[in-house]
Design a protein around this ligand. Sequence first.
Ligand SMILES: Cc1cc2nc3c(=O)[nH]c(=O)nc-3n(C[C@H](O)[C@H](O)[C@H](O)COP(=O)(O)OP(=O)(O)OC[C@H]3O[C@@H](n4cnc5c(N)ncnc54)[C@H](O)[C@@H]3O)c2cc1C
Length: 364
Amino acid sequence: MNFAKSAPIPAKLTSDMELKHRNTFGLDAIAEFAYDITSAEQLPALLKTLTEKKMAWRVLGGGSNALLPAQLPGATLLMNILGQEIVVVDGDGDGDSDSDSDSDSSNNGKHTLLAVGAGVNWHALVAWTLKHNLPGLENLALIPGTVGAAPIQNIGAYGVEVGQYIDSIDAFDTIDHVFVTLSQTACQFGYRDSLFKQHPDRFILTRVIFKIPEHWQARTHYAELAQQFSDPNSLPTAQQIFDAVCRIRCKKLPDPKVIGNAGSFFQNPLVTEDQHASLISQYPNLVSYPDKAGMRKLAAGWLIDQCGFKGQRVGAVGVYENQALVLVNHGGASAEDILNFAKSIQLKVHQQYGVQLAIEPNIF
Ligand SMILES: Cc1cc2nc3c(=O)[nH]c(=O)nc-3n(C[C@H](O)[C@H](O)[C@H](O)COP(=O)(O)OP(=O)(O)OC[C@H]3O[C@@H](n4cnc5c(N)ncnc54)[C@H](O)[C@@H]3O)c2cc1C
């Protein structure tokens, strides 16, 4: 892995770089100055220069949770730090006194620590862990994007969130201009949330250290997965869960290579039990899930579907016909077109259900 301490080669600079193929919405976007970040050591000098020049900058991973404008003035840092290595095998006990006591990964058993560069492709990493007999991340298969972006919104799917498997994160703190290592607790993971989401642009994540417990348990409680493994006498392997997740996702979600999208466009809104009780008395079919104490999570897709948006299209923007939570670019849409359509959905859902939908992708 290239985390060498010797003088770094400066990040390669490309002017007026086309980013259409580095955002899954397929939006036309030009980065004025694109920097190819291949090593953490390139960041201090680059950030010093950008600060001195008072130049705008932003970080881009795979662009799968991003709404890019047509022009990105200033610097765009393309996170391409590669490499992965097992740093501790058979680590004993919890090892991190900061870890959340209820997380799957802190069950006081043996574990493996795996350090992965921020630019590594997420799905490729999940496949790699299974090949190296390190199961745990399989429910998160086929989520697009990079390892360095995964903690930003604490990616989650089928009952698992990445934060459960993170030991610590190496990052460059762009305010104090120092490298920091943040423990799992310091990262403040929540539903589609983290310290990094709360403090955008402060930390540039360079390396994620995963903690994979030796003790593995299948998580197939989510309805779609449970249906695939209904025989109680035959327990699925991690590889079978990985394959099932890939199958389900391919059926349900549009492939960004075929039709531009950023996955779920809205977060599932949290409401109090009282709000939920009032809603369900009016809408008995309301879809919701229990959440943290006193709260319930509503299925945003159901709300949007009930408002009649599924499959609808306005110009080049539409709601995916098989999944109302996904907005798609039929070709030629701009970020503004997508946001305008999103606003009309938010308005209708609010008028009908009194619930505010929050946009999930990052608006650049
Ligand atoms: C078809 C599809 C399905 C999806 N399914 C899911 C799903 O099931 N669950 C889920 O949670 N998400 C899902 N997503 C959303 C997306 O894949 C994830 O959020 C992913 O982690 C984004 O990675 P990225 O590298 O593309 O990030 P980008 O889109 O490039 O960036 C996202 C944000 O992270 C910041 N960022 C990126 N890298 C770094 C870094 N190294 N340091 C600091 N900041 C950084 C960016 O500035 C930006 O604010 C889906 C997207 C698509 C297109």
